[in-house]
Ligand binder design. Structure first.
Ligand code: SF4
Length: 489
């Protein structure tokens, strides 16, 4: 346990995030009085504002040894309260980052960055805050050259698609929160159909009601759908008839230019019928997500398919000639060594895909592993970092470039998830979502709609209930509220 005491409690959570960058296995708890806390690790923070900037003092006590660290962050006074409080927070976080860096002697690939969207931050620093983002990333934020180049490559590869500003185009997400079994590391809200039957037919009926709402909104405000994404869960768990019903209902609202993606997810949910229905309904992009090419791991993480099945469904998908096929992998799965990960990356080369997404394992609180306090074996962080870099090399060898990136809390080695694509095969939806550029209408349980107010550089969110039962029971009032939420958008 690590105790954190601060004289600016409103930024406690931000400071706790910095501690987790260095000590990801430890719990962080807010302390009030150093003498009242019985701990072998206590950090006490005090922030003060001076004429020239903020001053941060960190006193850290580890097993009786005291480390004192002082950090100064210069600023010019601003009348903008938001900017001022953002600066105060940045100063405190950087002070703690450098204090812990000097104590631990560790150099982190993403330096002091804790946010999930480094690419957006880079753009923002360059565009809005009128600073050199590269300089900020290198100096204040201590980001490695390797990661800065990754961010810059991504910005370059987004150029043909990235657009932020008022637009008559919207994005649409449809959530299908069902899976055949629950993966050991999963933290999504998804029903494990092997354990509990789910009201799938009723769920589809509710989606159709929301699709009718979507049609009306689209017509009333004269919008076009730029991209449509089926996520989950595993949407193909619904089976081909339900998928056909949903896609047929959507069809009249979609322009021929609309990018349609379906996460076909797991090999155990894909067959000829499913692929035919997707193809017949103009789905251009599918994602098949093996995560690993090691049978023992697939079984261990509770997947009910084998590596042979993975090859079979990629072959089958190739025969339907989708515009783009994506493959998802995860580096750092429990019980996997460097050899396992190398085998997975080697296997990818034999499958012709257009997109490759390489994730780093993130074990979140809602996963079975955390909930049951399972103690599992993981490859060391340095090995996972090496494999993430090797993934980038593999993607380059098969002709792909990175085009979107995000980070999550609790990721192995504080690394990142990166989407790679063949030239011209970037997924519009992934860029829009990660860079938060377009109004988003999300249908289904757990779907989060977003409405952008571009002139104020802000957006708001409208969340559908996470529970399928709650969603079905309240569908009419959800639709009513959502129509009001998007009033005059
Ligand atoms: S396939 Fe994805 S959503 Fe489904 S259980 Fe596994 S990790 Fe969770």
């Amino acid at each position: 346990m690590i105790y954190l005491i601060t004289n600016t409690p409103k930024i406690y959570n931000d400071l706790a995030d910095i501690i987790r960058l260095f000590y990801s296995d430890c719990q962080v708890k807010q302390g009030n009085n150093i003498s009242a806390v019985d701990s072998s690790f206590v950090t006490t923070h005090s922030q003060s504002a001076t004429k020239s900037g903020y001053s941060e003092i960190y006193e850290t006590l580890i097993n009786g040894k005291k480390y004192t660290f002082t950090y100064q962050y210069p600023f010019t006074h601003s009348v903008d309260e938001i900017l001022e409080s953002r600066t105060a927070k940045r100063s405190a976080k950087l002070g703690l980052y450098y204090a812990l860096k000097s104590i631990s002697g560790r150099q982190l690939p993403w330096g002091a960055l804790t946010g999930i969207r480094p690419v957006s931050l880079y753009r923002q620093l360059n565009t809005y805050e009128n600073m050199s983002a590269r300089h900020q990333f290198q100096t204040a934020l201590d980001v490695s050259e390797n990661k800065i180049r990754l961010v810059e490559d991504i910005i370059d590869n987004q150029k043909s698609i990235y657009f932020k500003g008022p637009s008559d185009e919207i994005d649409v997400y449809i959530g299908i929160p069902f899976c055949p079994t629950r993966c050991l590391y999963c933290s999504f809200i998804s029903h494990d159909l092997s354990r509990h039957p789910a009201p799938i037919a009723e769920y589809v009926d509710c989606l159709i009601k929301e699709i009718n709402m979507l049609k009306k909104l689209k017509e009333k405000y004269n919008k076009r759908i730029r991209c449509l994404y089926f996520g989950g869960g595993t949407p193909t768990t619904l089976g081909y008839r339900h998928l056909d019903t949903i896609l047929a209902a959507l069809s009249p609202t979609l322009e021929s230019t609309c990018e349609i993606t379906v996460e076909a997810g797991r090999a155990d949910t894909i067959d000829e019928n499913i692929l035919r229905v997707l193809k017949d309904n103009n789905v251009g992009r599918i994602s098949i997500n093996p995560q690993t090419f090691n049978d023992n791991t697939l079984e261990f993480v509770n997947r009910i398919h084998t590596v042979k099945d993975i090859y079979r469904v990629f072959d089958l998908a190739a025969s339907y000639h989708f515009d783009s096929v994506n493959m998802d992998l995860i580096m750092g799965l429990p019980s996997e060594t460097q050899k396992h990960m190398e085998h997975t990356l080697q296997s990818v080369k034999s499958i012709p895909v257009d997109n490759l997404t390489i994730h780093t394992l993130a074990i979140k609180r809602a996963s079975k592993i955390k909930m049951e306090n399972q103690v599992l074996e993981y490859a060391p962080q340095e090995t996972v970092a090496k494999m993430v870099d090797k993934g980038r090399e593999t993607a380059a060898q098969i002709g792909m470039q990175p085009y979107y990136l995000y980070r999550q809390k609790y990721m192995a080695g504080n690394l990142e998830n990166v989407g790679y694509s063949m030239p011209g095969k970037q997924c519009v939806y992934n860029i829009d979502i990660m860079e938060e550029t377009h109004n988003l209408i999300a249908l289904g349980a757990g779907g989060i709609s977003k409405r952008f107010f571009y002139s104020e550089d802000r957006h708001t969110r409208f969340a559908n209930p996470k529970s399928v039962e709650h969603y079905i029971k309240n569908i009419d009032s959800i639709i009513k509220e959502k129509v009001e939420y998007f009033n005059d958008f």
